[in-house]
Design a binder for this molecule. Sequence first.
Ligand code: B12
Length: 173
Amino acid sequence: MEPHAGLFRPLRRAAARYALGHTARSPAPSAHRISTMARVAFIVTTCHEFEGIKVLSSILKKHGHQADCFVHSEEKDYYQAVLDWKPDVVGIYATTGQEAWAYGYIRRWKQELKHLKVVMGGPHPSHDLEPLLHTDVVDATTKGEAEYAILDLVHAWEAGRPIREIPNVGWLG
Ligand code: B12
């Protein structure tokens, strides 16, 4: 199988137009998830300022979704912290060399959360589609700016639509 780059094309930076509304971690849904609203968990290794994740998070929230960021170095039980939040989508930020650290966690989360989708973005998948070869882990990657790509991805996954026409998205088909 060959990884496909989708329709990569440059997107205008929308970052400056969105403010990050920081809120306390939203509680996990108690019963059934709301199908029109996704819960997106961004996962990162260390506690840096990730401007990209802040931008994506604010855009998702502006469109009615929930987003939070889980920092590996800040959680006593990382596996459980993310699992308890019951994400629909996990977003991995990866620089080169950092892409695989969460694969073990994701395999376990996917066993528990059968609907879970995973997208990797940031510098590494922007130039290397190798993460898509881990088909049990990564469902899609983004190339470059991802403001519109992540929204389109979340909406497509929520609606059960194919993702292959989404600009700046890599997928394996
Ligand atoms: C600020 C910065 C830092 C800061 C903040 C960390 C960070 N990762 O943001 C600090 C100083 C901590 C840092 C550290 C490092 N950095 Co640095 N950093 C930058 C810098 C200058 C700007 C990043 C930024 O804020 N951009 C603005 C935001 C809005 O854009 P963005 O981050 O690209 O996010 C967009 C997309 O990438 C995407 N996206 C981002 N996250 C996600 C997540 C998901 C799930 C999805 C779908 C999409 C997505 O959507 C966002 C909006 O469009 C870039 C160079 C650059 N010009 O991009 C280097 C850069 C990212 N760093 C780089 C490197 C190598 C590192 C270090 C590994 C250095 C080291 N040896 O320690 C560490 C890694 C730390 C880490 N865990 O990421 C490289 C990465 C190269 C590569 N191939 O991976 C870059 C590209 C510089 C370079 N040209 O070499 N860095």
